[in-house]
Design a protein around this ligand. Structure first.
Ligand SMILES: [Zn+2]
Length: 379
């Protein structure tokens, strides 16, 4: 097994070099060498990524907006499939939507079948004439081009307002026809609705999100007490779930119920069309009581999708991204799959050591069931 894996790494590296030479472009293989070296660094990390790869893992929440064959080599070597998610925001975190979409398409097309696109629409157009039919026509075109999911973002519920000053919520009737169309096309809605509770709380350096809100005060609701409360936004999300029983919804970031898995369980019991991803919230699962989280993941093993929120941006070097991505996968694997101890902000966290069939669901099966088309069907 171990030898096979090393051999595969070698074959991929040689294949990549030969391919590059065949096109007359002898690309620098330095990032590939860096990646291989990282895999060989510590026996534990290597075993971890090796075992991770054996799951045929699917990361259902990434933001990749740059193309590089060396990066594709890494995802191929990890047997990894990705959902590349576009975000429509007015703060231009990933550039304007057209540029972002072009970059995401570039990444997906260069991924040799390892990535699929999750598209979005600009909710700020909601008052334009024919908003819903126009949005639906565009989405249908994108579905025909291979798009498998649609994202809505936290600006719905937290930023977008009507002329009377009230906030547009995710269950606003203006989005109803769009949700119907997504369900009718058998696609999935990825819903990043609301924020971690720490957004509404006084600054706390121990919070996993402390740095984020320091750098992004516009999303720090503690500073904006006039904005909707988290409970109001999540109630609107729950209403969306109830009103659209045929729409599969994946709640990004543990469905913004990151501090208590019991809150997620309640929604799972109420709404069979609802699942969550773990993107950027694995730390919260680490700091909740271990047995409670472990029992939750076993009981609801069909409803939790593995996701990270990892980024590969146009201004980032491939070597940096390769390091970051591999470290995250190794850490998450260690936490979910082993009983080893991790260090998080000075706390000792014991791995959950989940049973293999549960790991298989979280890392692979659930992605395929909840986001059909995310992995091209075999042969
Ligand atoms: Zn994200």
């Amino acid at each position: 097994m171990h030898l096979d894996f090393k051999k595969n790494v070698f074959v991929v590296l040689v294949a990549a070099t030969v391919t590059a030479s065949a096109f007359g472009v002898l690309r620098s293989t330095i990032p590939s060498i860096v990646a291989a070296a990282l895999l060989d660094q510590a026996p534990n990390a290597r075993n971890g990524l090796q075992a991770f790869a054996a799951m045929d893992p699917v990361d259902t929440h990434v933001h990749a907006f740059k193309s590089d064959p060396d990066f594709t080599t890494l995802i191929a070597r990890l047997h990894l499939h990705l959902l590349d998610i576009c975000v429509a925001d007015r703060h231009l975190i990933y550039g304007d939507l057209t540029t972002e979409l072009a970059r995401a398409n570039g990444f997906v097309h260069g991924s040799q079948g390892h990535a699929k696109l999750c598209i979005t629409f600009d909710p700020f157009d909601f008052q334009q004439k024919d908003f819903a039919p126009k949005t639906i026509a565009k989405l249908r075109q994108q579905f025909a081009d291979g798009v498998v999911a649609v994202k809505i973002w936290k600006n719905i519920g937290m930023e977008l307002t009507k002329p009377d000053g009230s906030y547009v919520m995710p269950d606003d009737p203006v989005f109803g026809p769009i949700y119907n169309a997504i369900a009718a096309e058998n696609k999935t809605l990825v819903a990043h609705v609301a924020e971690p509770s720490s957004s509404w709380q006084a600054p706390n350096p121990d919070s996993p999100d402390y740095d984020y809100y320091k750098e992004n005060p516009q999303w720090y609701m503690y500073l904006h007490p006039d904005h909707p409360r988290k409970e109001v936004i999540l109630a609107a999300r729950d209403h969306l779930l109830a009103e659209n029983p045929n729409l599969r919804v994946v709640g990004a970031h543990l469905g913004s119920m990151e501090t208590d898995v019991d809150e997620i369980a309640k929604r799972f019991d109420r709404y069979p069309n609802f699942a969550v991803d773990t993107a950027a919230r694995m730390e919260y699962l680490m700091i909740e009581p271990r047995e409670k989280v472990r029992n939750f993941l076993i009981k609801y093993q069909d409803r939790v999708l593995y996701g990270t929120d990892l980024e590969f941006l146009s201004d980032e070097t491939t070597a940096e991204a390769l390091k970051d991505w591999q470290e995250t996968y190794a850490r998450d694997w260690k936490f979910l799959a082993t009983d080893q101890t991790l260090d998080y902000k000075g706390r000792k966290i014991e791995g959950l050591n989940l049973p293999a069939p549960v790991l298989r669901r979280i890392f692979h099966d659930n992605a395929i069931r909840w986001i059909p088309g995310i992995v091209p069907s075999a042969k």
